[in-house]
Write a protein that binds this ligand. Structure first.
Ligand SMILES: [Zn+2]
Length: 310
């Protein structure tokens, strides 16, 4: 079995613009900070995109990148954004390319907030069947110290933040954050900007939920809202709409095939995303997306039948 580092490099460590699952990254990418307002910055370069909220006496991190890049991330935050320590961490979901700073910051006393299901998955060994990998639990100091099951509001320093949850989509514990002041939306992995998404059916994700989540996100903010996606470059509502339209169309095609009793192999052979591949296959292979997304759809309806098929 490949070690953790190989796994991350091969499967998770996607550069900006590439997707979680399908990209091969030969060397660590630099982490680059971009200021979105006086009190909000985004760090991009490796793992999921990270937002940093700045207050007079400390920082808040939204997602934490990869564990193996945590030192680089914290240094980039300190040198490029603000040198105060992190007091709070918000995890949009449990995946290891979004919780990489949890253990370090939890140990130093930061409060960690996540959906109750994200804490559940972070607390145990999880087999991600789509990747055929086992993910170890975080150490206790990296686990969320506060959980939620529905959306709410919080204030960090002078920044008012709204967060929301959606029914199972990318996983069964996805949250998004909206910053009304600077008009910025952090979607977590509910949006892979410009590529096919990875959908983690082992922890409750499915393509119908991804499409519905986009509908929910489209109603947050307004036409000018800037979007920090889980992966890929900064986006707009137009990018979100494009993702929503693709996911809805592919979901509908899948539903027809599911009712005809098609297997994931049948679906991949039929290439039902052909018309979307030019726009969304950058860094993601359509057949892998199809296999995983369709298996997740079957799993959503008949868990045991899919297990038997594999
Ligand atoms: Zn994810």
């Amino acid at each position: 079995m490949p070690n953790r580092r190989d796994f991350l490099r091969a499967l998770i460590a996607a550069p900006a613009g590439a997707s979680l699952l399908f990209s091969q990254t030969p060397a660590p990418a630099p982490i680059k900070a971009t200021k979105l307002s006086d009190r909000l910055a985004v760090l991009m370069g490796d793992g999921g995109n990270v937002a940093v909220v700045i207050s007079d006496d400390g920082l808040m991190m939204v997602d934490g990148g990869l564990a193996e890049r945590s030192a680089d991330l914290l240094q980039a935050a300190s040198t490029q954004v603000d040198s105060h320590p992190f007091r709070m961490v918000f995890n949009t979901h449990w995946h290891l390319d979004h919780v990489g700073c949890n253990e370090t910051l939890g140990k130093s006393g930061a409060k960690i907030i996540a959906h109750v299901n994200s804490k559940k998955w972070l607390s145990q060994k999880v087999t991600m069947e789509a990747l055929n990998r086992v993910i170890e639990p975080l150490k206790p100091e990296g686990l969320p110290t506060q959980t939620f099951t529905k959306g709410g509001k919080l204030t960090f320093g002078k920044e008012s933040i709204e967060y929301g949850v959606v029914p199972p989509a990318h996983t069964d514990g996805d949250a998004y954050l909206f910053f009304p002041g600077p008009n910025v939306l952090h979607t977590g992995d509910l949006l892979f900007n410009g590529t096919y998404p990875f959908i983690d059916y082992s922890t409750g994700g499915w393509i119908g939920g991804m499409a519905s989540a986009c509908d929910t996100l489209l109603k947050v903010g307004d036409a000018q809202t800037r979007i920090i996606p889980g992966h890929g470059p900064m986006g707009t509502k137009t990018d979100l709409q494009a993702s929503r339209d693709m996911l809805t169309a592919v979901h509908d095609r899948f539903e027809t095939m599911r009712k005809q009793g098609k297997t994931a192999q049948d679906v991949a052979a039929a290439a039902p995303t052909k018309d979307f591949d030019d726009r969304f296959s950058k860094g993601a292979k359509p057949d892998q997306f199809l296999q995983i997304a369709y298996t997740g759809l079957l799993r959503h309806y008949v868990p045991s039948a899919v297990a038997a098929q594999q």
